[in-house]
Design a protein. Structure first.
Length: 206
């Protein structure tokens, strides 16, 4: 359907206002909400994610595309609720205690929302127990921890331990990422998944 292709193409270019107008138009034409989401917004964001992974686009382009996607998605949210379309899952995300960096975390959040996940943003300087309690209270299937400093990445191990202590470890997937984090570190602390960048995080959270 041409209009859905136009939504995808304009999203990739970061043209938020046009994306919003096209989403409204598609909805007015009676195209199902799920189809607009899947074949328009998510299709465009998936292409951006793939290009980002292949170094064909960079963080600024991903951010403007994600912003365009979020504007379109904001129009669809009330329609999705009335149509009975549920989120694909629930995630809580934050930068660990002692670390105030949030660009990577915000990027992952936007891309996960683009995949149809409901994301609870805990912000920066997040204590291990806050991640775990939020996961319990909100019924999250995934906890995402970000760190940019070598001095704070150790907090991620505390998150894993707290999840164990709370008895939710078998129910919750713990994803870790950030500049100093590696697959080896992920394995050492017992986390489930290491993501090198936001595009990979988006794919693995699906």
């Amino acid at each position: 359907m041409r209009i859905l292709t136009e939504i995808s193409e304009n999203l990739q270019k970061g043209k938020a206002t046009i994306v919003k107008e096209l989403v409204q138009q598609a909805s007015d034409e009676g195209i199902p909400v799920q189809q607009i989401l899947d074949e328009g917004l998510l299709a465009g964001m998936s292409i951006i994610g793939e290009k980002f992974k292949n170094n064909e686009v960079f963080v600024p382009e991903v951010l403007v595309a994600a912003r365009a996607m979020n504007m379109g998605a904001a129009l669809l949210k009330p329609l999705m609720a009335s149509a009975g379309v549920e989120a694909a899952g629930k995630v809580c995300i934050g930068t660990v205690k002692g670390d105030l960096h949030d660009i990577g975390k915000n990027l992952v959040k936007m891309m996960m929302e683009g995949k149809g996940l409901e994301v609870i943003d805990l912000g920066t300087d997040v204590a291990p127990e806050t991640y775990v309690q939020t996961a319990i209270d909100q019924g999250c299937q995934i906890i995402c921890c970000s760190a940019l400093l070598t001095t704070t990445m150790g907090v991620m191990e505390e998150v894993v331990k707290k999840a164990d202590e709370a008895g939710i470890r078998s129910k919750v997937k713990i994803m870790v990422g950030g500049a100093p984090v590696t697959q080896t570190f992920c394995d050492q602390i017992g986390a489930d998944c290491y993501t090198a960048d936001a595009a990979v995080a988006m794919c693995r959270s699906a």
